[in-house]
Design a protein around this ligand. Sequence first.
Ligand SMILES: NCc1[nH]cc(CCC(=O)O)c1CC(=O)O
Length: 316
Amino acid sequence: MRTIVVGSRQSALALTQTGHVIDALTAISEEQGLDVHFEIKKIITKGDRILDVTLSKVGGKGLFVKEIEQALLDGEIDMAVHSMKDMPSELQEGLINGAIPPRVDPRDCLITRTGCSLEELPQGARLGTSSLRRASQLKLYRPDLQIESIRGNIDSRLRKLETEGFDAIMLAAAGLERMGWSDRITSFLPTEICLPAVGQGALGIECRADDIEMLQLLSLYNDDLTAVTVTAERTFLSELNGGCQVPIGAYAVRLQSSDGTEEQNIIQLTGMVATPDGSIMLKETMQGTDPVALGIAVAAQLKSQGADRILAEVRG
Ligand SMILES: NCc1[nH]cc(CCC(=O)O)c1CC(=O)O
């Protein structure tokens, strides 16, 4: 029997996501007649230690991932579950993303204190978000809102909505759904108003590239459609040298034909780069069959419209 040690950040969301993945992998192993057993090992990352500073000020990619990757390389853990949107574009040498499970709701959502909609928020209402991507898009839609920084895990942000006088906060629907807190959601923001972060709603499972047994098990949990759409989004992001600290969004879907069945392999990708105040927003939608080529093409379109200049300014 093999014991698979699963590294996890200790936030409620990380532990819950890890638990869901272990449940799914346990079911798959049983179906396959594999004799494996899972154990969780908690790891504190740099991102967890600096929750009081705005992430965009701290800089550096993969704040939540570095220590976990080291533990994988050292053999202290055998796999780790990441939110795709926190995963750096380049994994450390010797590590691989072994599976991308089915994506859940990719949208951002609004949680208002009174339960009113985005349109019903009073003039000048205080909206809490530390995401430049969310802030820039909301400013374009509701220029009157006062956008203020709010940090912390999703549980502490929900608490701060009550205790720090915000009228509303924005979070990824996926995190709330996985926590079983969907009832806190006031409204889902359409991707046309708020383009999600690259990979939002998807998970990635990292392991050692030479752990063949692990890779075989993980391959059974990979969702091809999610992997293809997330690849298009991540290619777009890495073409722009993006990380989670810059106002970049992207969302890819597989097109449906008129009878509701899936059009063969045509992916549609929308990419967005904005100034933090929302005064300039570059957005482009293209279709294609190769997710990598599509990601490159949408990034090239935005670059030709000045995306690099906007991003250079944001990075300072
Ligand atoms: N930046 C933090 C983060 N990373 C992943 C999620 C959950 C959503 C997901 O898995 O995409 C969240 C919380 C949030 O943005 O509200």
